[in-house]
Design a protein. Structure first.
Length: 323
């Protein structure tokens, strides 16, 4: 019965009291009293069980009539009854208090770990915001200079084609500065800005955009889709000048499918400037952070395809959107 003392401590206590009356079998009652004290019971039950053990162990049940009720015998009986009742109850209460303290310490350690992670996340967020402001200040300065020089150039040249090109360059610089400000302030660009991005890419770019409800698509997924299309179109202009491109964004059962396909280039690739773009590794990292995939590969006819799938539910953990 002793192995059942943790599951049925009170029942075992009632069964062990008769064995204590024999004056020989003390262990079952002591173990049962320890189990009662160590279990999640009320303190009154512990006191009642300890009192029952003390009374049963004190009374000489086997030789009640012949027992000499002298002072030494009574004192010895009281001490023995107190030892049998107090020691198991005290050890049980001590064990329960130790378990409760260990649980409280574990909760405290978990709370401190959460606070540490939160503090680290906030510090990383502040550092990213600082870097984003620095990037914004530097890039906005140069974009302003580009816009100003483009305006001066458009006003000074006589060729209508050069004037239009300079005005277009200035407009792109101003739009890039506005996009940069919106990105820093959050939220970033999303599905609603894709038509403007395709239009700014110039001729030769065709868009196949399904009518998607922005409310059904998380902001971080929309921002990632915008960045993927933006980087893909930049790669087309950089590595395949004169090629035609098709941008397809549609919702499937698996999530948001983004595909950018371009035909073979019409001329030699342009020198790759320091564009500061994310590149394919950065896009793959962004897609993986959202639980999606991204692949890029050449086509048999000499073109190129960038294909990405972003789940609309997000990964198992919280995602962090880049500034």
């Amino acid at each position: 019965m002793l192995p059942l003392r943790r599951r049925f401590p009170r029942a075992l206590m009632l069964l062990a009291l008769p064995t204590l009356a024999t004056g020989v079998l003390w262990i079952p009652a002591m173990a049962a009293l320890h189990a009662v004290a160590a279990s999640e019971r009320r303190r009154c039950e512990v006191v009642a069980s300890a009192a029952a053990v003390a009374v049963v162990s004190f009374v000489p049940w086997r030789n009640m009539g012949d027992y000499p009720w002298s002072l030494p015998d009574v004192t010895l009986g009281v001490l023995l009854a107190g030892l049998l009742a107090v020691a198991p109850a005290a050890l049980g209460l001590l064990g329960r208090a130790r378990r409760e303290l260990a649980a409280r310490l574990a909760e405290l350690a978990l709370s401190r770990e959460r606070e540490r992670l939160y503090a680290a996340e906030q510090a990383a967020l502040r550092e990213r915001e600082r870097l984003a402001r620095d990037v914004h200040d530097t890039a906005a300065h140069h974009l302003s200079l580009i816009s100003l020089r483009s305006s001066v150039l458009a006003a000074s040249v006589e060729s209508p084609a050069c004037r239009d090109e300079a005005e277009t360059l200035g407009e792109l610089a101003r739009r890039a500065a506005a996009d940069l400000r919106r990105t820093i302030r959050r939220p970033g660009q999303g599905l609603a800005q894709l038509p403007e991005l395709v239009e700014a890419a110039g001729g030769g770019v065709r868009a196949e955009l399904d009518r998607l409800e922005a409310a059904d698509c998380p902001p971080e997924v929309q921002h990632a889709a915008y960045r993927i299309v933006q980087e893909a179109l930049a790669n087309v202009r950089r590595h395949a000048p004169g090629a035609e491109a098709t941008v397809s964004v549609r919702r499937t059962d698996d999530g948001l499918r983004i595909a950018v396909r371009n035909t073979p280039p019409a001329g030699p690739p342009r020198p790759a400037p320091d564009s500061g773009g994310e590149g394919l590794p950065g896009l793959r990292t962004r897609a993986a952070a959202l639980g999606g995939t991204l692949s890029a590969y050449p086509t048999p006819d000499g073109g190129y395809v960038l294909d990405a799938l972003l789940p609309l539910t997000g990964p198992s953990g919280p995602t962090t959107r880049d500034a």
